[in-house]
Design a protein around this ligand. Sequence first.
Ligand code: HCA
Ligand code: CU
Length: 372
Amino acid sequence: MLKKNIQILDSTLREGEQTPGVSFTVPQKLEIVKMLDAFGVDFIEVGHPAVSADIYKSIEEINKLSINAKAIVHCRLKREDIENALDLKMSWVGIFFGTSQNYLFDKYKIDEKKCLEMIKEGIEYAKDNGLKVRFTAEDASRTDRQFLLNVAQVAEKAGVDRFSIADTVGILYPEKVSQIFSFFVKKLNIPIHAHFHNDFGLATANTLQAIQSGATCVDVSINGLGERCGISSFSEVTMSLDELLKVKNDWNFKLLNEISQYVKNITNISSNDIMPITGKNAFTHNGGLHVASVLKNPSTYESIRPNKINRENTFVIDKFSGKTALNHCLKKLGIKTNDQIVDRALIEIKTNPQITNWTDKQLSSLIEKLNN
Ligand code: HCA
Ligand code: CU
């Protein structure tokens, strides 16, 4: 068991809303915040107030809620953004600034010295005004290690509370994550946050590795929403921390599926049936041998119990089904039959491979037909 307390920062309302095609209404944001708080996340990144009037307004409304999670706003390294945070009476700001050569020379057109000065000034301004500050080195994964260390040390000296390492373009893999995070954990005295994009499908794996290498707060979003291929998924990360790394926590897993479904329903992002944990098929069994075994003992083909997140097992009847599965489904439907009919029904099912999921109605009529 990993004894350290791991914090979760949910960025559905900030990074998640940057998903192409996604825009939440204020009531939807309030609902998401309430659900995340009831689940027990530590931080909720509520948005970047400078982006639009509706985001600013939603933060004002979120601030009226009484929640345990800490709300944090996104800010550029600019006074006007920090002032927004002060006007909104925030306690926490997340200031981000790109630190790789690409960003310095092409995006901002400044040199390293100027970059360090700006970081120092921005953090000091926020701290002098009583804010708690997380500083994110955007594109940290492509930033020269020594320069990133300078950045982190300047930030720490300026009084920053948390340092976040962002893999903005999603190019890290666990071994590299281990090298980077172990290095910074040794060098800094403040908690380190991690933010991974999923461009290679490695965001969750990288997040787990960052924790094993000493990061203490990780960014996630519901259903992995975010720019391009999104970031680490809320369900994948929390479930892996609980089930695999055995991290001590008091998260309310019974709410996990509901949160995922709520966000799925209000976004136009096509849902992935085979998505881990909250996907439609996560607790569905198909193969005849699988169903027969799961009915005896679910752990034969499952690592997580569905009732942990308020779900149930489902079984699919199609050409892969066996007698046990069919009998089980017929019994559940309250259809009384006999061995011979079940055998004949199975032949019918296996000779209709185009039907990939026999519905209750189809099964009932099949049995009725065979009875006559
Ligand atoms: C962005 C980029 C960001 C910032 C992360 C952070 C990234 O959309 O502004 O501020 O913690 O991936 O670097 O999401
Ligand atoms: Cu990001």
